[in-house]
Ligand binder design. Structure first.
Ligand code: PMM
Length: 279
C-alpha cells in the first residue's frame, strides 16, 4: 500500500504532494513502482499535529481520489464519517480509519452501509495527546484486546467480517519499545482472524534505531520490516517508498516457493522449475 499524503505537515513527506496534480502524479509513480493499493490522506496523524477542518480535508482528498481510483484500488485515510462517505462516492474502495471508529460515532455505519473494506487501527487519542497515552503493562495483550473490542463494534454496525482489516497502529500511543514488541509478536494480530495491515514506514522507532537518521533514509530498514511482515502472513504494508518494498517481498515469496519445492522433494534445476539463469 503506497502512501499519498495530501498534507502540509506529515512527518516524513509533509508538503511534498500538497496539491492535487502533484499528489496524483506521485500516486501514479507509486503504481509504476508496483503498489497494489494507494492510501490517500488529508490529515497528518503525527504526534502533536492539529486537525484540519472537515471542509479542508475534503478539499485535499476528493480530487486525488478521483484522479487515482480508475487506476488502482484506493484507500482513504480518514477519521471522519463524512469524508469516508464522500470518498467512497468518489471511488475509494477501502476506508483506513486510524481511530478504529473511536473518533467519529457514525464511521462504522457509513462503512457498513457502503460495504467497502475497513482498516480498523489501534488508537487511544489524537496526535496532540497520544504520546501521553502510551502506558501498558503488556502492550501486545492490551492492543489485541482493544482491537477485539473495535472489531466487535464493526460487526455490531453491520460490517462483514471479511471486510475488516486490523492494524496494531505502530507509533500511535506507543513508544519505540512498544513498536518492537508488537513486531516481535505479529502472530497475536494475525490470530484475530482478519487481514492485517502494518504501517512501519520511516517511523520514529526506525529513526531511533538508525541514530536519528532523517525519515527519507529509513527505507532500507522499512524494507526489513516488510520482510518480517511478509513472513508472518501480514496482508499489506503501508509504505512511502514502494519499489524497494516490492523487491523485499519478492525475495520472501521466492524463498517460500523454494521451501515448498525442496520439502516436496523437487529439485529447482528440474525442467519447469523456476529460472536458473546463472545469476
Ligand atoms: N500511520 C500513519 C498514518 N496512517 N494508517 C494505518 N492504517 N496504519 C498506520 O500505521 C498509519 C496510518 C502515519 O504515518 P504518515 O504520517 O507517514 O502517513
Amino acid at each position: 500500500m503506497g502512501v499519498v499524503n495530501v498534507t502540509p505537515d506529515s512527518f516524513s513527506d509533509g508538503g511534498r504532494w500538497f496539491d492535487t496534480e502533484r499528489a496524483v502524479a506521485h500516486g501514479i509513480e507509486l503504481i509504476e513502482q508496483g503498489a497494489d493499493l494507494l492510501d490517500i490522506g488529508g490529515e497528518s496523524t503525527r504526534p502533536g499535529a492539529t486537525r484540519p477542518a472537515q471542509d479542508e480535508e475534503l478539499r485535499r482528498v476528493l480530487p486525488v481520489v478521483r484522479g487515482l481510483a480508475s487506476r488502482v484500488r484506493v484507500s482513504v485515510d480518514t477519521m471522519r464519517a463524512e469524508v469516508a462517505r464522500q470518498s467512497i462516492e468518489a471511488g475509494a474502495q477501502i476506508i483506513n480509519d486510524v481511530s478504529g471508529g473511536l473518533s467519529d460515532p457514525d464511521m462504522h455505519h457509513v462503512v457498513a452501509q457502503a460495504g467497502v473494506d475497513y482498516v480498523c487501527q489501534h488508537w487511544r487519542g489524537y496526535g496532540a495527546v497520544m504520546n501521553k497515552l502510551s502506558t501498558y503493562h503488556d502492550v501486545v495483550a492490551e492492543v489485541a484486546a482493544e482491537l477485539e473490542l473495535r472489531i466487535e463494534a464493526c460487526l455490531a454496525a453491520g460490517m462483514a467480517a471479511e471486510s475488516i482489516i486490523v492494524d496494531p497502529g505502530l507509533g500511535f500511543a506507543k513508544t519505540a519499545e512498544h513498536d518492537w514488541t508488537i513486531l516481535a509478536n505479529l502472530e497475536r494480530f494475525t490470530a484475530l482472524g482478519h487481514r492485517v495491515l502494518v504501517g512501519a514506514s520511516r517511523k520514529r522507532f526506525l529513526g531511533h534505531l538508525l541514530d536519528g537518521r532523517e525519515p527519507s533514509g529509513r527505507d532500507a530498514a522499512t524494507a526489513a520490516v516488510s520482510v518480517i511482515c511478509a513472513q508472518q502472513g501480514v496482508w499489506a504494508v503501508r509504505t512511502h517508498e514502494v519499489s524497494g518494498q516490492r523487491d523485499a517481498v519478492a525475495v520472501v515469496e521466492r524463498l517460500s516457493q523454494a521451501r515448498r519445492w525442496s520439502s516436496s522433494g523437487l529439485d529447482s534445476t528440474e525442467p519447469g522449475s523456476p529460472s536458473t539463469d546463472g545469476d
